[in-house]
Design a binder for this molecule. Structure first.
Ligand code: FMN
Length: 398
């Protein structure tokens, strides 16, 4: 039987991805106020490693304290963050998955409440326990109505921030991550430079598309000074803005070509986030997102910029995910909320796609028991329930 595309390995630079299934970066709002992860995160990521997600991304690790979206965001702005991340990365690797980190800066969307507390800007919330802080962006324009007005970065501070991305990459390498993804989407800091709807600068970082892309390109170049040559670098982009005058797919294809020249290996294809929440909330399109709604971006960028891509967004069916890879629309498929719903998703997908009736693709600590239980469920004859290898391997025992 041929191995289904979704569970075939992939190699980018020197990193071998055991399959194409990726845990998408997801903020869990569970970090300490100093940005450190805890044992909670070890358990959280650990369960996905047990379930054979081929690649496991951390949530966005903020490159500076000001760049957190909430007080519970995780950080990489300090060498003290490395130790816990090292343990997490090491456990992920021990289970055969690729440990991967996402770094970024929330820019004009920093300093807010946690989603389930209302997502409102901390400013004017009159909260002594979690007071607001000054937020920064490309220009002095609020991310959307109701958001706090950011301070535009001076030219000198733009250069300082680029350095912070390089330093964050160095720390991620020290922590033992093998893949790095730069969050340049969803209306966060880098996206605020890329989009003509949020970039009103008059210096070399504003105006033409070339200038608007400069911040992202210089970040990629800076990261490459610290991120080893043999490790792949991903960039998450909002491929379209979904607003008139905003970024179109053609703009993103051009950016992807330039990012590739700067040392980027894969474009992680998301969308939206300028002038409001990202496309998951679909306020801009007024239509609920449909399964695989961002896959066409991954396909077009892969073909036209000749770079690997990752598809994400409302992908939940194994057959669908497999088709995305099989039909060469993307090289990797990332799962966000479906992974929250079903952390064992890859194990179920492997059974479904390979018709693995005996749970052979599962770790034996659970697979062995489930196989025996299944025989009991399927047969009333106690001879069929015999445990042990012989029984399991008996043809037709199932
Ligand atoms: C709880 C939650 C937190 C998220 N945090 C991040 C994040 O830290 N970085 C990021 O790039 N995207 C983040 N996203 C977006 C997801 O990575 C993913 O792109 C999105 O949920 C669409 O995929 P899905 O339909 O499979 O959930 C988050 C999404 C959710 C649901």
């Amino acid at each position: 039987m041929t191995v289904p595309s979704l569970i075939q390995p992939l190699k980018l630079r020197d990193v071998e991805f055991p399959n194409r299934i990726v845990l998408s970066p997801m903020q869990m709002y569970a970090a300490q106020a100093d940005g450190k992860m805890t044992d909670w995160h070890m358990v959280h990521y650990g369960k996905y490693a047990y379930a054979k997600f081929g690649t496991i991304f951390t949530e966005i690790l903020c490159v500076e304290k000001r760049g957190r979206s909430t007080y519970a965001d995780a950080g990489i702005w300090n060498d003290n963050h490395i130790k816990k991340l090292q343990k997490i990365a090491s456990f992920i690797r021990s289970q055969g998955s690729v440990p991967a980190a996402q770094i970024g800066h929330c820019g004009p969307k920093s300093a807010r409440q946690r989603p389930y507390d209302g997502l409102q800007p901390l400013k004017n919330r009159n909260n002594d326990i979690e007071p607001a802080w000054e937020i920064i962006s490309c220009s002095g324009v609020a991310a959307a109505p109701g958001y706090d007005t950011p301070t535009p970065l001076t030219n000198a501070n733009v250069k300082l921030l680029i350095k912070k991305f390089g330093n964050a990459a160095r720390r991620c390498h020290l922590a033992g991550f093998d893949v790095l993804d730069v969050h340049a989407a969803h209306g966060y800091l880098i996206h605020s430079f890329l989009s003509p709807l949020s970039n009103f600068r008059a210096d070399q970082y504003g105006g033409t598309q070339f200038n608007r892309n400069r911040f992202a390109i210089e970040i990629a170049q800076e990261i490459r000074k610290y991120w080893p040559e043999n490790k792949p670098l991903f960039f998450r982009l909002s491929c379209i803005d979904r607003f008139p005058g905003g970024l179109k797919l053609e703009d993103t294809i051009e950016l992807a070509k330039d990012l590739k020249k700067a040392g980027v290996d894969l474009i992680d294809c998301s969308s939206g986030g300028i002038k409001g929440p990202n496309s998951l909330f679909s306020l801009a399109s007024q239509k609920p997102p449909t399964p695989g709604f961002q896959v066409p971006f991954a396909e077009q960028i892969k073909q036209k910029a000749n770079i690997a891509t990752m598809a994400v967004g409302m992908i939940s069916e194994p057959q669908h995910a497999n088709r995305v890879i099989e039909s060469d629309q993307a090289d990797l498929v990332a799962l966000g909320r479906e992974a929250l719903m079903n952390p064992n998703w890859p194990l179920h997908a492997m059974r479904e796609l390979t018709e693995d009736k005996n749970f052979d693709s599962w770790p034996p600590n659970s697979g062995w028991w489930l196989e025996v239980r299944q025989r009991m469920l399927n047969s009333s004859d106690p001879n069929d329930w015999k445990v042990g290898l012989a029984a399991k391997n008996t043809p037709g025992a199932n």
